[in-house]
Ligand binder design. Structure first.
Ligand SMILES: NC(=O)CCC(=O)C(=O)O
Length: 259
C-alpha cells in the first residue's frame, strides 16, 4: 500500500482559493498512490485563530467539493486533512474529511482535543465526541488530529475499534517538534499500528511549523520523515505487518485495564 503525505501550508497571505487549487493539483499528482493525506486546517493554518470564523465552511462546502473531485479524478483514498467546519447550529469544529476513490465521503471526524487551554481553538471550536475508523481494502484507518496525539486513550479506543493505521493530520509547531516525533513513535509502538502523521509547512500567524511529517511502522521504526518546507513524503506500507507484529509480540493481549 502506497501512501503520500502532502506537507503543505498557507504561504503568507495566500488566498484560500489558491491554496485549494495548490492542494488539488498536488493530490492529482499522486495517481498510483492508494492513500493521500493532507494536514490539519491547511486552508487557514492551525494557529491563525482569527481566520477560523472567516474561512469556516459547511461540511459540504468548497473544500469538500474540490477534494471529493480530486479523490475521484485521481482514484485514491483521500484524507483531505481538516477544515474549519461551521455546523448548522453555528458551532465551529476542526473536522477531517476522508473520501473514497469514487469521490464519496467515507467519513468525517471532529477533533476531540482542542488545543490552546483557555484561548485559540479551545475556545473558538466545539469538541468532537465520536471515535472514527474507516475501512479501506486491507486495513482500517483510525482518525485523530494534531493535539489528539497527546492522548493515548483516544488511540487505544481506535485500536479497540479495529484501527491498524493511525492517521494524524497536524499543524504542530516547530517549538515542540521533539514531542511530535516522540509521540508519533510512542503511539505506533504501544498500539502496534502504523502511524502516518502529516505536519504543515510554513509559518502560520507567526508560529513556525515543525513540518517533519513522519511514517512509523508497527514496531516503532521510522520509515520516512520529511523536512520543514512543502514536501510530498511517499511511503510503502505492508498492512499485514500489523497482525504479524501483534502475533509475534502479543503485548496488547496483556492489557489489564480497559478491556
Ligand atoms: N493544532 C494543534 O493541535 C497544536 C498542538 C500542539 O501545538 C501541541 O500539542 O503541542
Amino acid at each position: 500500500m502506497r501512501a503520500s503525505l502532502l506537507q503543505i501550508g498557507p504561504d503568507g497571505d495566500e488566498p484560500v482559493d489558491s491554496l485549494r487549487d495548490r492542494a488539488s493539483s498536488l493530490v492529482q499528482e499522486q495517481a498510483g498512490a492508494d492513500l493521500v493525506i493532507l494536514p490539519e486546517l491547511w486552508t487557514t493554518g492551525a494557529f491563525a485563530f482569527e481566520r477560523f470564523a472567516a474561512e469556516a465552511e459547511p461540511l459540504r462546502g468548497p473544500t469538500y467539493e474540490l477534494m471529493a473531485e480530486s479523490a475521484r479524478k485521481t482514484g485514491v483514498w483521500l484524507h483531505a486533512g481538516s477544515i474549519p467546519e461551521r455546523a448548522e447550529d453555528g458551532t465551529l469544529y476542526n473536522t477531517s474529511l476522508v473520501f473514497g476513490p469514487d469521490g464519496e465521503l467515507a467519513a468525517s471526524y471532529r477533533k476531540m482535543h482542542r488545543f490552546g487551554f483557555d484561548r485559540g481553538e479551545a475556545v473558538l471550536m466545539g469538541a468532537g465526541t465520536e471515535l472514527v475508523t474507516v475501512a479501506l481494502p486491507g486495513t482500517t484507518l483510525g482518525l485523530a488530529t494534531c493535539y489528539d496525539l497527546r492522548f493515548p486513550e483516544l488511540f487505544r479506543g481506535l485500536v479497540d475499534a479495529g484501527a491498524e493505521l493511525l492517521v494524524v493530520p497536524a499543524g504542530w509547531p516547530e517549538r515542540r517538534r521533539a514531542h511530535w516525533t516522540l509521540l508519533a513513535q510512542a503511539r505506533a509502538v504501544e498500539n502496534q499500528a502504523y502511524v502516518l502523521a502529516v505536519g504543515s509547512a510554513g509559518t502560520h500567524a507567526g508560529v513556525p511549523q515543525a513540518g517533519h511529517s513522519i511514517a512509523v511502522d508497527p514496531w516503532g521504526a521510522v520509515l520516512a520523515e520529511a523536512g520543514h518546507g512543502q514536501q510530498v513524503l511517499t511511503v510503502d506500507l505492508d498492512p499485514a505487518r500489523v497482525a504479524a507484529t501483534r502475533e509475534e509480540f502479543p503485548a496488547l493481549k496483556d492489557r489489564v485495564l480497559g478491556r
